[in-house]
Design a protein around this ligand. Sequence first.
Ligand code: GLU
Length: 514
Amino acid sequence: MNKEVRVRFAPSPTGALHIGGVRTALYNYLFAKKNNGKMILRIEDTDQTRFVPGAEEYLMESLEWVGIVPDESPIKGGEYGPYRQSERKNIYAGYAQQLIDSGHAYYAFDTSEELDAMRERLKAAKVDSLQYNAITRMQMKNSITLSEDEVKSRLDSGDPYVIRIKVPRKEEVRLNDMIRGWVMVHSSAMDDKVLMKSDGMPTYHLANIVDDHLMKITHVIRGEEWLPSAPLHVLLYKYLGWEDTMPQFAHLPLLLKPDGNGKLSKRDGDKLGFPVFPITGQFPGKDGAMENFSGFREAGYLPDAFLNFLAFLGWNPGTEEEIFSMEGLIEAFTVDRIGKSGTKFDIDKAKWYNQQYLKTKADADLAKFIKPYLTPEHIQYDDKKLNAICAELKERITFPRDLWNEGQFFFVTPTAYDEQIVSKKWNEVAVSVLDKFANKISPDIDADSARATLNEVLEAQGVKMGQVMQALRLSLTGKGSGPDLMEIIAILGSEETKKRIKNAIEKLPVKMEN
Ligand code: GLU
């Protein structure tokens, strides 16, 4: 490739950014960086009726959280700005005019009633596609059917009109998609889509093509839902004389529901209890009322874990390796390893990634997640011990909040005890060993000396370790499972250990052996 690679992520700010959109942004970014190119963020906000306040800010924050940093954007600027289509309004009309002048577009004056009537006629005639096309356009009010004078007088008197592309009646439109290979559509199946609306604003189709051209976009990587529009875009490139620099297309397969049946939606997430959006936000939902769009960030996913999970939703490196940083992904990424079929969304995989990334975090970084929970009423530890607590917990957590949920007992002397363990394991033998152990532990206890002392007591009493371990854990943590017991004792220290054992002995009735 000798031309600089330039790709764009071109969202419309209509609400929260679905995880599929974040994946599109990521694949664009990876492709750009892999090829030493640029990734552009362009805000496609020509449809003012769908504009949602705050959506653009939400988008930017989402990308930033994942670590996707566009080279050119509305905020950063760049050589090809402005990067918001609403700020480029005056650019598009000239291109629509060019298409009219060359006979590839025309004015259409039909009212919405007339359009409805046309569709009704087609329905009554049992025509499958209710399109404005080479055949139906001949029965409508447009600059093809009306006389030149009438068109002129309508335009002069300010009659509302749209500009439509004139799709040829019989032509095969082809494009070579980087993921799907050759895609062919017959023009008879295509609509004379509106390019300029009656409010003077371009539609998505025109603005998108004009901007991709002016911004020197070389590759269009976008969701599969845009594949049906691609043939129209190919025609526009051709009619505007830009065929030689037409970008290459890559349409990404859908993200599917966990059971593989259909596209992953917000409802699936709400129903099954997992996020479908990068970060939490409030936006109008389908019926216009404000809704909560819950995010991975707020659910406790680390950005690097989310990134890694996201990259693998439809792509794989072709090796067994699963853990990739952004640099690693850039290095490994190629479009030919993007799957052709939809990817099932698997939240357990996201959790697994979170576990992997939490495990590799430095203890001191994990300690930062515990500190906000701590108050003066809690048992206080120095940083060294806090780090040691995190080291013990890190294999057992999925989310940062689990550090507190799993490790609370370090900070609060237990007052309640798992009843099942009490009834199964709290007996005379255990109590007698624990009591002696508590009396014997040295003030400067560590994990090794704790084990040695416990062994001495066990030997003297002729009792096996397995008979007392759970009782000991119960007395120290209130629970039946958790991190290494000797490490817990070392962290709690001899005083607290003693206190907890004596507490439990005092509180818990002993089951008499019979
Ligand atoms: N504005 C379109 C969207 O919201 C962009 C589609 C494209 O990338 O061409 O996804």
